[in-house]
Design a protein around this ligand. Structure first.
Ligand code: TXA
Ligand code: MG
Length: 345
């Protein structure tokens, strides 16, 4: 179905499954979510089981009406109201102290709750049909790239969900920006399409979680989910950084050497550089001139390489102006922070 032509009969069926404690995967503007009733501890347990997700990693509660926020958040500071006004519905998740209505099973044992009001119309209709409070992590097997098409959900979770709603490929392709409001100064726990700069323009002071900036493992990210290796394709992924010509010639060197040894590498290029790689399995992730195309295709490209017997995947780096921070956060995690620096300074 599409957002312009939602299949109400299917959405009502999905809503019924959710109200009865079942699991329904559905599109949002960021990535596909694996939905269950957020107020039902047993539904949350089912979500963890289906994803193979550690039970200390809390779920985001999705709502489809601003007023519902007060049912689950015990306190919503002024600054959060401003963000809600400006970015909801949209790719923004905010963390608040929780009320007693939200079971600890949903929040991974924490006394705070993450809340998001998605803009995707299919998601909104399903959330309403399902009772208004839908816990939904990304609908992938834990550790795999997040799903940006219903086929990805099918691949990972097929039999573990009661229904998959196909709304076609998503628009954004990276998970929502998470802002923590349980501290005096708002803290970004996960970068996303709504960038740190956009948040600072609206609110003034906003911090970035130290666990995201420092790769030293002594500083734990505050969002439990951000500490795991994540979004990873099956083959080893390496990021090659430096001046564009140096990056191209280094990657061609690795690819040529692999070919001489009877092996193949994967290469993640852009529309601008695609034609400059003569060896290996080369995929363009999007155009540097349109950074949102890079965000949109990242997970799809990572998954696509699982279909090939590649020895390793080499990727260009994508420090684009606005979404670059979010794109590189995901790519670095997928690569286990392995970077090859090819330009000497
Ligand atoms: O765009 C999105 O946010 C997607 C779509 C489906 O809405 N959902 C999503 O959920 O990305 P998930 O579960 O894959 O990621 C949720 C992240 C995890 O890193 C988790 O640790 C963090 O949010 N989180 C959730 N509740 C939290 C809390 N109370 N305190 C700190 N971190 C929290
Ligand atoms: Mg996830």
């Amino acid at each position: 179905m599409t957002a312009d032509k939602p299949d109400m009969e299917a959405l009502r069926r999905g809503g019924k499954i959710l109200r009865e404690g079942g699991l329904v995967a559905f599109p949002t503007e960021t990535v596909y979510g694996l939905g269950g009733n957020a107020l039902d501890p047993e539904a949350s347990r089912k979500i963890y089981r289906a994803k193979g997700r550690p039970s200390d990693n809390p779920l985001i509660v999705h709502i489809a009406d601003r007023k519902d926020l007060d049912e689950i958040a015990a306190f919503v500071p002024e600054k959060a109201q401003i963000l809600a006004e400006k970015f909801w519905p949209g790719p923004l998740t905010m963390i608040f102290p929780k009320t007693g209505r939200v079971p600890l099973e949903t929040t991974g044992g924490l006394d705070s709750v993450a809340v998001r009001f998605p803009s995707d119309r299919i998601a909104q209709l399903l959330i309403r049909e399902g009772g208004g409070f839908i816990a939904a992590p990304s609908a992938n097997t834990s550790g795999r790239p997040s799903p940006t098409r219903s086929e990805h959900v099918e691949e990972d979770l097929g039999d573990a969900v009661d229904m998959i709603i196909d709304g076609g490929p998503v628009g954004i392709g990276l998970e929502s920006t998470i802002v923590d409001f349980t501290e005096t100064i708002p803290v970004v726990l996960r970068p996303g399409y709504i960038s740190l700069e956009m948040l600072r323009e609206t609110l003034g002071e906003v911090r970035m979680d130290r666990g995201l900036l420092i790769t030293d493992s002594s500083v734990r990210p505050k969002a439990p989910g951000m500490k795991y290796r994540h979004y990873a394709p099956k083959a080893d992924l390496l990021i090659v950084e430096g001046e564009p010509e140096d990056v191209i010639s280094a990657i061609n060197g690795y690819a040529q050497k692999a070919q001489a040894e009877g092996e193949t590498v994967g290469i993640i290029a852009t529309d601008e550089t695609f034609g400059k790689y003569p060896y290996g399995v080369v995929r363009s992730i999007g155009s540097r001139a349109h950074e949102e195309t890079i965000a949109r295709h990242l997970y799809d490209v990572l998954r696509e390489f699982d279909k090939y017997q590649v020895k390793a995947i080499y990727s260009e780096a994508f420090y684009t102006p606005r979404i670059g921070q979010a794109i590189m956060n995901r790519l670095l995690k997928a690569a286990g922070h392995r970077i090859i620096q090819v330009t000497e300074h």
